[in-house]
Design a protein around this ligand. Structure first.
Ligand code: ATP
Ligand code: LTN
Length: 330
């Protein structure tokens, strides 16, 4: 069975964007692939984290991923990235195969540098090398992500091709797995920006732990466009188009079906229906996640077991890399 790998940063409670763009496909792919998934806590420290909040958040994100329906019977593994040392060891090695110019072209680095202008640390710059290590360590063929991560997966391929060109076919070349719909869910208060879990304004996103009332309130407050027609047009009607994407995915309908369903109806009716559909999609995950969060001892036990498995899975590739390069064998 082929392997897929993906990760999410514990920089906030995962949003509906994280779910529709990524997590949902982690679950789908975990049925066909050996799914290896991680809480990218090492990536998260590229921006400052308060230790108490950080520890709580890693657990909450772990709980949400556990609750989302990953196929553990099919061998899926979920672990905090910092607990498997092979990720950071391979990062150093791969940094010697990654060019300064390549990292300078990464749009996420440029965006995050603008947002964190008082802390443009080198981790923010070398972030994609750690991500490449995450993926390449497990020989992942598919990487389910939102469209913002496509460039990083492409860089991962370039790094792997460069390494393989010198040492032979050590790494599997990964492909990004990006959904046709939902690959970039937009901010509810500003539909020109991506929905992000670290957004300071909670009205811009729906958190996966928001209750029904909060979800409906946020959908009703979502910024929409002039005109009153529920019609898909990303350029002229970005707010309504975003809500239509959200509704279609949560209700299991095509955009055309959604357009037909709400033809002649006003924005208010549509927004309430969006909120209800989102709640129906998220409620089972939220309830299950809250159970995990309410039982930290059980959660820690799961985390430790899964970390042990991931450590075993990661070891052979690191060994193979070091052998191929001529490091003294252990
Ligand atoms: P941050 O606020 O820290 O930048 P984020 O919400 O952008 O976080 P990440 O942890 O960086 O989330 O991303 C986890 C996964 O969710 C990635 O695969 C990413 O592509 C996907 N993703 C993030 N935001 C969206 C979105 N708005 N729409 C679709 N997919 C998304
Ligand atoms: N950088 C990713 C999170 C991430 C990831 C990965 C995604 C870390 N390592 C490996 C896919 C594969 C992000 O979403 N910001």
């Amino acid at each position: 069975m082929k392997t897929c790998f993906s990760a999410i940063q514990p920089t906030g409670i995962p949003t509906l964007g994280n779910y529709l763009g990524a997590l949902r496909n982690w679950v789908n792919l975990s049925r066909e692939y050996t799914g290896i998934f991680s809480i990218a806590d090492l990536h998260a420290i590229t921006v400052r984290q308060d230790p108490g909040d950080f520890r709580r958040r890693v657990r909450a994100v772990y709980a949400i991923c556990m609750a989302s329906g990953l196929d553990f019977k099919n061998g899926a593994v979920l672990f905090p990235q910092s607990q498997v040392a092979a990720h950071t060891e391979l990062t150093w090695i791969l940094s010697c195969f990654t060019m300064y110019g390549e990292l300078s072209r990464m749009t996420q680095f440029k965006d995050k540098s603008l947002k964190n202008s008082d802390n443009i640390n080198s981790g923010l710059f070398t972030y994609p090398i750690l991500m490449a290590s995450d993926i390449l360590l497990y020989g992942a063929a598919a990487v389910p992500v939102g469209s913002d991560q496509k460039q990083h997966v492409e860089l991962t391929r370039d790094i792997a091709v460069r390494f393989n060109g010198v040492y032979g076919d050590v790494f599997v070349l990964p492909e990004p797995f990006i959904p046709d719909m939902g690959a970039r869910v937009m901010n509810l208060q500003d539909p020109k920006r991506k929905m992000e879990k670290s957004d300071p304004n909670p009205n811009g996103y729906i958190s996966m732990l928001d209750d029904r009332e909060a979800i409906i309130k946020k959908c009703k407050r979502a910024v929409t466009d002039s005109g009153g027609e529920v019609r898909y047009d990303e350029k002229l009607k970005p707010g309504i188009s975003n809500l239509m994407t959200i509704y279609s995915l949560c209700a299991g309908k095509s955009l055309e079906e959604t357009e037909r369903e709400f033809s002649g109806q006003n924005y208010g009716t549509f927004k309430t229906a969006v909120g209800e559909a989102v709640n129906t999609a998220l409620a089972p995950i939220r309830d299950c996640a809250n159970e995990y969060i309410g039982n930290p001892a059980h959660l820690d036990k799961l985390m430790n077991e899964q970390t042990r498995r991931a450590t075993e899975l990661a070891a052979p590739m690191l060994k193979q890399v070091k052998n191929a390069m001529g490091f003294v064998a252990d």
